[in-house]
Design a binder for this molecule. Structure first.
Ligand code: F6P
Length: 329
């Protein structure tokens, strides 16, 4: 690989923090290879911000990121660090950056990761964030790495549930992840043709958002039902109990849980991760700091972290409208 020397940036670190997401490895690979292309050395910081505090690092040469583009999880491990939120932890992280001669850090994760990046930037460390979470709940970007894979995994699981629900003429209540957001539930609900989709962005009403929809579906001749529940909207167990009590059905409840976080990333996640990794390195190499790499439609752009964290993200109104029509309004 041809090496080109770049100004003052000689060595950068890359870390993954928060919940892992399929495609994080593809992003790490892209950061390493894009950096090497510019003559910048790259080290991996293990276990997220905690690793930056303790100096838990590993060298990352081109060969170290071979054959990881297709792997789920993160080769750098990930963690949520309480210590990093303290002044002492932050000073220690800054000291590690100096000790290791890091001219910049690429942090891959969710909004908690970006808050950490912003705090670190205020101590003079150059940081760039890459959005990686299956929740797609980061305000500044239309897309977060891992969402497509997680949605496809959930759809595959629910398609299987559908087979047995159809055979027994039953109702399945399926809880999907998403933290406090309904993006995953909405996409999955649309893709499986759910009878009802519950999202936290809309206050939960059993009568109008579940019971009424099941009654209408029954009237139209349906004998099996799929209810998709975002974990932030309601508990699938409670929804199942309400269905049993008020509709006389015998539902089966499935909480998909962490199964949604694993698996080989889809084409979309590999491509987005690779594009975002490239962009993060470009920003650091050009001396930019405290930026987040974002997807805006089909384009990759960058935003100031503070501005990015203060933006508001709502469910796609058109997608939401389609869902209400598909589930009988
Ligand atoms: O943010 C990703 C996510 O998978 C959420 O959807 C979920 O609420 C949370 O992480 C689960 O966190 P943990 O892995 O700590 O149980």
């Amino acid at each position: 690989m041809e090496e080109k020397k770049t100004g003052a940036v000689r060595r950068i670190g890359v870390l993954t923090s928060g919940g892992d997401a399929p495609g994080m490895n593809a992003a790490i690979r892209s950061v390493v290879r894009s950096a090497l292309q510019r003559g910048i050395e790259c080290v991996g910081i293990r276990r997220g911000w905690a690793g930056l505090i303790s100096g838990d690092i590993t060298p990352l040469a081109s060969a170290d990121v071979s054959r990881i583009i297709n792997r789920g999880g993160t080769i750098l491990y990930t963690a949520r660090s309480d210590q990093f939120r303290t002044e002492e932890g932050m000073l220690q992280a800054v000291a590690t950056c100096k000790l290791l001669g890091l001219d910049g850090v690429v942090a891959i994760g969710g909004d908690g990761t970006f808050r950490g990046a912003n705090a670190l930037a205020s101590y003079g460390v150059s940081v760039v964030g890459i959005p990686g979470t299956i929740d797609n709940d980061i305000v500044c970007t239309d897309y977060t790495i891992g969402f497509d894979t997680a949605a496809n995994t959930a759809v595959e699981c629910i398609d299987r549930l559908r087979d047995t629900m159809q055979s027994h003429e039953r109702c399945a209540v399926v809880e999907v992840m998403g933290r406090r957001a309904g993006y995953l539930a909405l996409a999955v609900g649309l893709a499986v043709g759910a009878t009802a989709v519950l999202v936290p962005e809309r206050p939960y009403s059993f009568e109008s958002h579940v019971a009424e929809k099941i009654r209408r579906a029954r009237l139209s001749g349906k004998t099996n039902f799929i209810i998709v529940v975002a974990e932030g909207a309601a508990s699938a167990v409670t929804v199942g109990e309400e269905i049993r009590e008020h509709l006389g059905l015998d539902p089966r409840v499935t909480i998909l849980g962490h199964i949604q976080r694993g698996g080989s990333p889809t084409v979309k996640d590999r491509v987005m991760a690779t594009r975002m990794g490239y962009e993060a390195v470009r920003l650091l190499a050009e001396g930019k700091t405290n930026r987040v790499v974002c997807a805006e439609g089909e384009s990759i752009v960058d935003r100031d972290i503070v501005e990015a964290l203060s933006m508001e993200k709502t469910l796609n109104p058109e997608e939401f409208q389609v869902m209400t029509v598909m589930t009988g309004a």
